[in-house]
Design a binder for this molecule. Structure first.
Ligand code: COA
Ligand code: MG
Length: 270
């Protein structure tokens, strides 16, 4: 499943929910948590339930619901709402700090785990090994709050993203970079997405439709990358037959390690 672009949509805003059908994001995350005021959460559950049923979403998008934390677990009302929403594929678990297999057992939905506290980061291995986990992401603002730092130091933080990527990839989950809040700074967004892709992320979480095409582009292999990989595979396999394992291609050393990466891309594209 592609998760290059995961757009958050406030669960109490009917107009944005309707609009999200026509947007080209791989995943839509309907939010019941921080974009919905306390007094509007119950109505948001009802609105989402109706619109999900009523509207034609097509087979392509992953539909996700971000639920609310309550004590050490998650809101029972939200969990029950999830079980009533057939079209929801995945549940997004904010401020996760421990194994979440119980949520999978209760809902049967994929889990997208949002690490955004110091305790969550320390418990990453346990979280990533949760039954039903499909993706791991990082929430820079809540994380900064939890350690009394600031968001500038934690968005695009390579050290932390590297830990998220390692925990995710070692459990066959998608590592997804967190949101970028500066709505008018699309160049900054693009740089953040490039950094995340370079570190191994499959995609990025988004807050505005203008971020979608950029994420889709950055997290897809370009034609040049695909052509280059095909050329490396061809040249390396030819050399290998002559018992050569190290070759010069465009003034770069190519050996088995580069071949494996190129072969992996070529195989995935097929
Ligand atoms: N999902 C769906 N549609 C969205 C959207 C979103 N997240 N953000 C904006 N849009 C729509 C607007 O409704 C508007 O539609 P229209 O042209 O048909 O009227 C269009 O995209 C342009 O929006 P714009 O006017 O630039 O945005 P805004 O200033 O009204 O809203 C935000 C800015 C940040 C409030 C809005 O983008 C938003 O709600 N983002 C998501 C917030 C969220 O979910 N937070 C929780 C996770 S961090
Ligand atoms: Mg958060």
């Amino acid at each position: 499943m592609l998760r290059r672009s995961q757009l958050f949509v406030p669960g109490n805003e009917e107009k944005k929910i309707r609009k999200s059908i026509s947007l080209d994001a791989d995943s839509i995350i309907f939010d019941l948590e921080d974009s919905v005021p306390e007094g509007a959460k119950s109505a948001a559950r009802d609105t989402l339930q109706d619109l999900l049923k009523q509207l034609e979403w097509g087979p392509k998008k992953e539909l996700c619901l971000r639920i609310n934390k309550k004590g050490n677990g998650y809101s029972q009302e939200d969990l029950d709402a999830v079980t009533r929403m057939e079209k929801v594929d995945s549940v997004v678990l904010p401020k996760i700090e421990d194994d979440a297999g119980k949520v999978y057992d209760y809902t049967g939905k994929n889990l997208i785990c949002l690490v955004e506290t110091a305790r969550g980061l320390v418990n990453l291995p346990k979280i990533a090994a949760s039954k039903g986990a499909a993706a791991l992401s990082f929430g820079p603002q809540d994380y900064a709050n939890s350690v009394r730092g600031n968001v500038a130091s934690y968005s695009s933080n390579a050290g932390i993203l590297g830990m998220i990527v390692a925990a995710a990839r070692s459990n066959d989950l998608d590592p997804i970079d967190g949101v970028y809040f500066e709505l008018a700074n699309l160049e900054g967004f693009k740089q953040a997405a490039k950094t995340a892709r370079g570190l191994g992320c499959s995609g990025k979480q988004l807050v505005h439709p203008s971020q979608i095409p950029i994420a889709n582009q950055i997290f897809s292999p370009s034609h040049e990358e695909i052509n280059e990989a095909a050329r490396i595979v061809e040249l390396y396999e030819k050399a290998e037959k002559m018992n050569t394992g190290a070759l010069r291609v465009d003034d770069r050393l190519i050996d088995a390690v580069h071949y494996r990466r190129a072969k992996d891309l070529v195989t995935r594209m097929e």
